[in-house]
Ligand binder design. Structure first.
Ligand code: G3I
Length: 329
């Protein structure tokens, strides 16, 4: 498809980051760093139900269309986040209380949104965060509106509907917290693999696996992550890193030291993935420490600013960026 080709590729492994609408509209430096570094972009919001579906009747594409215009003007691919998720639902959707309405609205949503961006969004997070945080028993799916109303079949239905709406788009199953040392994370990794295998067995049009990569003080289970990425590769699927950043509220205080610890964690993570597979893209969840969800959800206790992303608040590249360059350039 047309959206799959970029005229100028800056990286061997396409790098990119998540956009926000405020600075995109108001800050030239913000736009410049994206234009200089990114092959692919995604938006932090704007393509979530909360933004697209102000009411059950109305679709509002205004924010998404602005990200698309920026991506096209700068010859970047745009990825879509996200079609089906338990989060960021508007109140009217949270209140859906029948399977018939849930199915009708989910299908209509995917047909309308993927149809609107047909040929223009390169890949979609079709289902986001389907696996429970501590899946003790199979299948280990996360509780939420879609599972409650439709049962596990909502996942295959979402992928099949998206494939019909844009046969050229790559369809991704995206999740998080499978890369750390510990039983809980191993169980989540196993449940994620179980779901991927069962979708494949049912011939569901799944093209790739997205790993968000919200890293933290937790150690990376490098052997486990490499084995996971190898399995994904053996199944012939793409592998993408979709939301890389480092939640640094439990890491050392001094910024210079913390930046090194953050970079080392990213090195462990990307190293384990690249040992198995060349990802189809690596995207960070924001580009500058100035705009990140991390200080809102994980503010430090010592009064020092969080530094979760590859550029600092003055758009100076940090050691994390060097690590990404090492793997992707
Ligand atoms: O836009 C309103 C603004 O008008 C208002 O003044 C402000 C006051 O709270 O809220 C603003 O909306 C916030 C929105 O982000 C835009 O910044 C929402 O409250 C807030 O809930 C929303 O959070 C986003 C969250 O997903 C939920 O949609 C985060 O920015 C975004 O980084 C986060 O991203 C998620 C991925 O989608 C999935 N993976 C995990 C990742 C991090 O949580």
């Amino acid at each position: 498809a047309e959206a799959q080709t970029v005229a100028t590729r800056k990286w061997q492994v396409p790098f990119g980051a998540a956009l926000r609408s405020g600075p995109l509209a108001n800050e030239a430096d913000y736009r410049s760093v994206f234009a200089a570094y990114c092959d692919q972009v995604v938006s932090e919001g704007g393509l979530k139900w909360f933004d697209l579906r102000p009411s059950i009747e109305r679709f509002d594409f205004s924010e998404g269309d602005r990200y698309l215009a920026f991506a096209q003007a700068n010859r970047m691919l745009l990825r879509g986040h996200t079609l089906v998720w338990h989060g960021a639902l508007p109140p009217w959707a949270e209140a859906i209380d029948s399977a018939a309405i849930a199915e009708r609205e989910m299908v209509r949503h995917i047909e309308t949104v993927v149809g609107h961006y047909r040929g223009k969004i390169a890949n979609w997070d079709v289902v986001n965060e389907a696996i429970a945080d501590d899946p003790k028993t199979a299948p280990g799916l996360r509780d939420g509106l879609w599972l409650r109303q439709l049962g596990p079949r909502y996942i295959a239905l979402a992928f099949r509907t998206a494939a019909k709406a844009d046969p050229g788009a790559k369809l991704i199953l995206n999740d998080y917290d499978i890369e750390f040392v510990g039983d809980r994370f191993r169980r989540k990794r196993e449940a994620f693999l179980r779901l991927i295998r069962s979708l494949r067995a049912d011939n569901v049009p799944l093209h790739g696996v997205g790993l968000q990569g919200h890293l933290s003080e937790n150690q990376i289970d490098q052997a486990g992550l490499t084995a996971f990425a190898s399995e994904v590769k053996a199944m012939g699927l793409e592998f993408m890193v979709t939301e890389l950043d480092v939640v640094d509220n439990k890491m050392p205080g001094p910024p210079e030291l913390r930046d090194m610890v953050v970079a080392a964690r990213v090195h462990d993570f990307l190293g384990a993935i690249f040992a198995a597979i060349r990802p189809s893209a690596v995207l960070t969840w924001g580009i500058t420490d100035k705009y990140s969800w991390v200080p809102i959800y994980f503010k430090r206790g010592d009064g020092l600013p969080n530094r979760p992303l590859p550029f600092d608040v003055h758009y100076k590249p940090k050691p994390m960026m060097q690590v990404i360059e090492h793997f992707c350039r």
